[in-house]
Design a protein around this ligand. Sequence first.
Ligand code: GLA
Length: 634
Amino acid sequence: MDWPKGVDGLAYGGDYNPEQWPEEIWDDDVHLMREAGVNLVSVGVFSWSRLEPREGEYDFDWLDRVLDKLHTGGVGVNLATPTASPPPWFTLAHPDALNTRPDGVRQVHGSRDTYDVCAPAYQEASLRIAGKLAERYAEHPALAMWHVHNEYGSATYSAHAERAFRIWLQEKYETIEALNDAWWGSFWSQHYGEWDQILAPRATQYLSNPAHELDFKRFTSDAMLEHYKSQRDVLRAANPEIPITTNFVFGQWVPVDPWQWASEVDLVAFDSYPSAPDERAEQQSALHADLSRSWAGGGDWILMEQAAATIHSKDGAVAKAPGRMARHSMIHISRGSKGAMFFQWRAGRGGAEQWHSALLPHAGKHTRMFAEVAAFGNTLPGIAHTVEAPVKTDVAILWSPESWWASSGPHLPAPVDYLENVAQIHRVLRDRGVVVDFVAPEGDLSRYTTVIAPSTYVLSEAAAENLRWFTAGGGRLVASYLTGAVDEHCQVWLDGFLGGLTDLFGIRVTEHLPQPSGELRALWNFGAAERFCELVELRGAQCVTQYATGDVIENQPAVTVNPFGEGEAWYVSCKLVDEAWDRLFEELKLDGPGTRGVDVVDRGPWRFVVNHTEKEAQVGNVIVPAGSWAVNKR
Ligand code: GLA
């Protein structure tokens, strides 16, 4: 029960909002969906005010008709609970259920995500509407899957959150003294005498306490997960045969730990919105896909949303070239997604996202875009037989949400871009043709021969032991600067950092030496480092290369390797440029059949090739035209 019921092969479709349109066009919608090869749509994602126009008054008639029509047309329904956007009547009746920003401002309705997961009134109302939907639709033949909420991620710093946070802290620390110790409470007179003195980490005068901030993120992830689970359990009870998920979203602002969440959903669903128009869009798509597959841990996962025709960057949207929508979809499908879904089916006439692209554009069916959408959708059944073959790799990158959250704090020795450090390893390996998994710091490393741990700033004792065990047993570990700088309470690991693993790496890191922005520090025969360097003392490790320049670091070890048990531990004491990582991976003989701009994923007997370049690509016996893709027998 981990796949939309009744959907065979690959899923194709998107968010469908018929309630925004006159009923006359619903038949046309279903007809065009069939023409485009659509077999699954997400319905009701933000429909609360239409489903419950007044408290306790429900209007399901329109939804009955929509589901019946979709079912008759052979389109499955991924039915959402609408809790990501409470109706105006609700927030007016319960203003305390609106979310509060870190600066203490309580938001108002008028957009979406205006809710406080910790507010009892919101929790109750969420369960009520989820229960009504379950009661009415759990046995509906169109129902393929439940989509709880939408993109959990909006944190709240309200009084409700504060109360729940204190309970969470009491469960974690048991005594206020233990909390004070963990948070290093004697600094700046932050020693707490009572639980009630603890606030959410709202805007304060200057830097806030990093341990407090990190615990609040963990708490928020747990609080949102509780909200998800409470709805899931109601839906599950109504019909245990229907899989349940929620769509994960990606961003530093999202205090959700996907490793923990993944085991609570029947399949992982991910919304992929690359943020740059150039080749980084392909890199980011591949990164999103590999993360999603890894979170799913061998289970099913699906690309739940992407934009059909545009890429949204800081400067606004940029049109996707012909074929790029299909290539982005194939990046996900080749890396294990069981489909390609979009936001949204029909472009809206009004509302804040009226200019967001769609499978069916404003100009209708007779458009270049719809033709492309239909052509791709009708191709997918032809490759459905290939998608059960698993994606297998023996190389993994450590993915630590806590390191991402904690190392983005403003108090670090120099700004650290954890995501970029992870993305950099992923992109250099992808350019070398290597498909990677991601793994949690405390996750199962036994499937891998090489694990790369970029700047895993927060390292718990358990995670450190995991890395030690992996290496001792024959694994090859490659870690980079700031690894294990702090423990799970954001307290510095003493006597050489590295999460206490100085014996594993055969070195001590004795100082952090941030370098001026924009100045490269050459490494002997190894490219260069930028911005962040560390001073390393050898304690048994061999020096692979040294810094060629730089105060204090000149001629000091930059990259080291240490045999440990049956394996070896490499340490990169700086932020390398891409070419230097490439040089290191050359040394480690990490390469695969793909090349820069040509994604190749081998799965069982099948070879998926996605050619993003302007030239024909040949990989083994597979020839793929410029800007196209293919799946063939190897
Ligand atoms: C998110 C949401 C969608 C839509 C898209 C637009 O992923 O889930 O409802 O707003 O963004 O980019």
